[in-house]
Design a protein around this ligand. Structure first.
Ligand SMILES: [Zn+2]
Length: 378
């Protein structure tokens, strides 16, 4: 006999910041969409029930900064390295540029089973070989090519990526910031900048950013991060936040300092967005995933519901392509993550060699993409 629901996640604690929800509830799925979130939905109402007692059920985790142009540069296989680790949506952080995006689209974005979007690199080549800068010369920062590519692929390109570090743009990022601003204004899109080790302070760079633009690696321990010499959050950073610039605490292998994060958080400076910046190197650590990044923030004092919000709702709004993404509202795509918030004694390390003892950690249990269990997607 036909049942009202295809799948029921039963007995978990649902945390959905989009609805202010944090309580025991079952999640019912029908035809790839969330059909109901309520207490005590009977198991016989669904064709299949998965017991998630004691687990946390959240909207599908979104990783707004990954590198998954597989086979090119440092790109991981998102279906192997992200989806099974609890991430249901990935956004590539500028691995491709105008001259490589079409291949990235056809052979990766349109084929993988993880929901996928991209930031386009201001450089026409993108990040094909990190031993050299993507800007061999300023010719690679081609405004017209970037604008055309963004306009042609607006369904999948959510913004423009520019790295402002001295190993990318030498000591003067301003010409690149001006070109990035020009592209973003002409194409009507947003900019995400990769910071750390820039030749000039952030206070000279962030004035080029507007509402909705993003600063990535906000807790970098490298030179010219978000703190001033007195270790206060720079006035220019506070002002940028006031006008709606978003801050992403993306880690990668080089850009997450517990010390910087603690000092910023003590001053009330929490990230808007949590992401991994996963690449081939970091993907080799089995626990390098969004749940690890979320664990770090929980340990640093970020409230749990805020941690979930920065990993679901806020990145979904930044993507702004799929109605109700990042939520478990009725009718939302049934992208769902099940997490185990384990208690015990665990040790975390940052990217500058510091350790932190923690008593709770998130582990990924299950991910659903459009209502299908990730491990069962073929
Ligand atoms: Zn990156």
């Amino acid at each position: 006999m036909a049942t009202p629901y295809d799948l029921l996640l039963k007995g978990g604690t649902v945390v959905d910041p989009s609805q202010g929800l944090h309580s025991g509830a079952d999640v019912a799925i029908k035809s790839g969409r969330v059909a109901a979130v309520a207490e005590g939905i009977p198991a016989d109402q669904a064709a299949r029930t998965i017991d998630v007692s004691g687990k946390m059920v959240t909207p599908g985790i979104i990783d707004l900064h990954c590198h998954f142009f597989w086979g090119v540069g440092n790109g991981v296989d998102a279906d192997k390295d992200c989806l099974p680790r609890g991430t249901t949506t990935v956004v590539d952080g500028g691995s491709s540029g105008a001259n490589s995006f079409q291949g990235f689209r056809r052979y990766v974005l349109e084929r993988i089973r993880t929901r996928a979007f991209a930031l386009l690199n201001l450089s026409t080549t993108g990040m094909v070989d990190l031993r050299t800068s993507e800007f061999g010369c300023l010719t690679h920062a081609d405004v017209g090519a970037a604008v055309r590519t963004i306009e042609q692929h607006r369904d999948l390109i959510i913004g423009l990526k520019t790295r402002v570090s001295n190993y990318v743009v030498s000591n003067d990022p301003i010409p690149y910031m001006k070109l990035a601003r020009e592209v973003a204004d002409k194409a009507g899109t947003k900019i995400a900048i990769h910071i750390g080790d820039s030749g000039i302070p952030m206070s000279e760079i962030v004035p080029y950013l507007n509402e909705g633009d993003m600063v990535v690696h906000c807790y970098t321990g490298r030179r010219h991060g978000i703190l001033d010499v007195k270790e206060r959050v720079l006035d220019a950073i506070v002002e940028a936040r006031k006008r709606g610039v978003l801050f992403d605490s993306s880690s990668g292998g080089n850009h997450f300092s517990f010390d910087v994060a603690r000092k910023a958080i003590d001053q009330g400076f929490l990230p808007d967005i949590i992401s991994t910046d996963i690449t081939v190197g970091t993907s080799k650590e089995a626990d390098f995933h969004m749940p690890l990044m979320m664990t770090r923030h929980l340990a640093l004092g970020m409230p749990l519901d805020e941690v979930i919000k920065a990993s679901t709702l806020i990145p979904a709004l930044a993507i702004d392509r799929v109605p109700k993404l990042g939520t478990l509202q009725e009718g939302a795509p049934a992208d769902v993550t099940v997490l185990d918030l384990q208690k015990g004694s665990f040790s975390l390390k940052d990217t500058v060699g510091a350790n932190m003892a923690v008593t709770k950690r998130f582990e990924p249990v299950l991910a659903l993409r459009d209502g299908v269990v990730a491990s069962e997607i073929v």
